[in-house]
Ligand binder design. Structure first.
Ligand code: ADP
Length: 401
């Protein structure tokens, strides 16, 4: 029987990632992803024993169907491995002001995660589905489930970065502030960058860009996060798959007062119908389409430019947050790791900061390994595959050691 095995579930907005790993020896035994949830041709890919398998599961597959397929169809093929699982770690997107660090899950914690769904309606409910499936299918491990929070990394934000300029009582009384999200990924990327650059974590000054179904960017100074683009909820900031990112709040008043939309409708539009999906008139939220059609379809060209322009503005402003002390810019996430075009377009606006991309390196195929894409002797530009699962497993096991 293998020891220290942790099953990790990462139920994202458009995907479910799963892995079984030993974080102490940094050994991954099985990992995979169900992609294209709620789209045509939802599919699962998993890696085990150095082999990769892909299966189409159907159309419009939900989170629950995906979880059931993973546990009932895939896991049953690997009985030895599954029977060795000792702990289950879950990514939980929003901990609000109550859940500040990783915690063993019980009914009260599930209740708190549920309450914080108001801050992350696309995520916390999905995270709970992962927790419920784990408890249902692995009843013996009921007390070995851990929530690892995406918001923990942001408790170092200074007040001038996390406060909104609204009456102060809304912060004091109702805790309305910037909480950030994707913290697990940004933290992993920062540690990996510190290793790759051989800079002590406490001295590290970087900007990390996590670009996926949801996208966010952080400024990290001396190893602590000092700013991030997601806010009270994961709706603020960059352009995303179905989320608008930054808008003037007056758009909401206009939709309500002039267009007669209800608050629920407006929330649904901004969270589920905007971003890439909204700009393609409901055609797709899949960024691969935007990249493929960039040269042939004006709509895709425009969306790509909008996405990249917003991101380059944020990088420019975070360079100011770091007062120009920049050890590296790092790209990760489905888009950040795979879209060379996005990286090229974003960085082409930022040469004035000394950022110089080497397009020979940038356009090398993605082999799922960390790599530098900058010109020699210029500020390091890095592509690092994120590994949230590793941080989740590590935090999980630490609570029991
Ligand atoms: P999530 O936020 O759900 O975890 P991911 O980090 O897996 O999402 O990223 C999903 C996004 O990455 C999707 O928009 C997908 O289209 C995009 N993506 C994946 N592969 C590529 C690729 N080769 N080129 C461009 N975009 C890609």
């Amino acid at each position: 029987m293998l020891k220290n095995l942790v099953l990790v579930f990462n139920c994202g907005s458009s995907s479910v990632k799963f892995s079984i790993l030993d974080p102490i020896h940094n050994k991954k035994y099985l990992f995979g992803i169900v992609e294209r949830l709620y789209l045509n041709e939802s599919c699962v890919t998993w890696h085990v024993h150095k082999k990769k398998k892909t299966v189409l599961i159907g159309n419009n597959v939900s989170h629950n169907q995906a979880l059931k397929f993973i546990i009932k169809v895939i896991f049953t093929k690997y009985d030895d491995l599954i029977s060795s699982i000792q702990y289950i770690g879950h990514r939980v997107v929003h901990g609000g002001n109550q859940l500040i660090k990783s915690v063993i899950i019980n009914d009260t914690i599930i209740q708190k995660i549920q309450e914080n769904s108001v801050f992350a309606p696309l995520h916390n409910p999905m995270n709970i589905l992962g927790i419920q499936a784990s408890i249902q299918y692995f009843p013996d491990l009921k007390k070995k489930n851990v929530a690892v929070l995406d918001t923990s990394f942001y408790h170092s934000l200074p007040d001038f970065s996390y406060l909104y300029a609204i009456p102060y009582k809304f912060y004091k009384k109702y805790h309305i502030r910037r909480y950030g999200a994707h913290g697990i990924s940004h933290l992993y990327i920062a540690h990996k960058t510190s290793d790759l650059l051989n800079i002590k974590f406490n001295n590290l000054n970087i900007i990390t860009c996590h670009l996926g179904g949801g996208s966010s960017i952080t400024a990290i100074r001396n190893g602590l996060c000092i700013d991030t683009s997601m806010g009270l909820t994961p709706l603020e900031g960059l352009v995303m798959g179905t989320r608008s990112g930054d808008i003037d709040p007056s758009v909401v008043f206009f939709m309500y007062d002039i267009l007669g939309k209800s608050m629920d409708e407006i929330q649904h539009i901004l969270i589920n119908k905007s971003g890439i999906l909204g700009l393609t008139n409901g055609l797709t939220s899949d960024f691969r389409y935007i990249e493929e059609k960039y040269y042939s379809k004006f709509q895709a060209y425009r969306i790509m430019n909008l996405f990249c322009y917003r991101l380059s503005k944020y990088i420019g402003s975070y360079a100011a947050s770091l007062e120009g002390k920049l050890d590296a810019i790092v790209f990760t996430g489905g888009i950040g790791e795979n879209s060379a075009l996005t990286r090229a377009l974003v960085l082409s606006r930022l040469e004035f900061l000394g950022l110089k991309i080497d397009n020979n390196l940038n356009y090398q195929p993605n082999l799922n390994k960390s790599r530098f894409i900058n010109k020699k002797n210029t500020i390091p530009l890095l592509v690092i595959p994120t590994n949230e699962e590793f941080i989740i497993a590590k935090e999980t096991i630490q609570l029991f050691l």
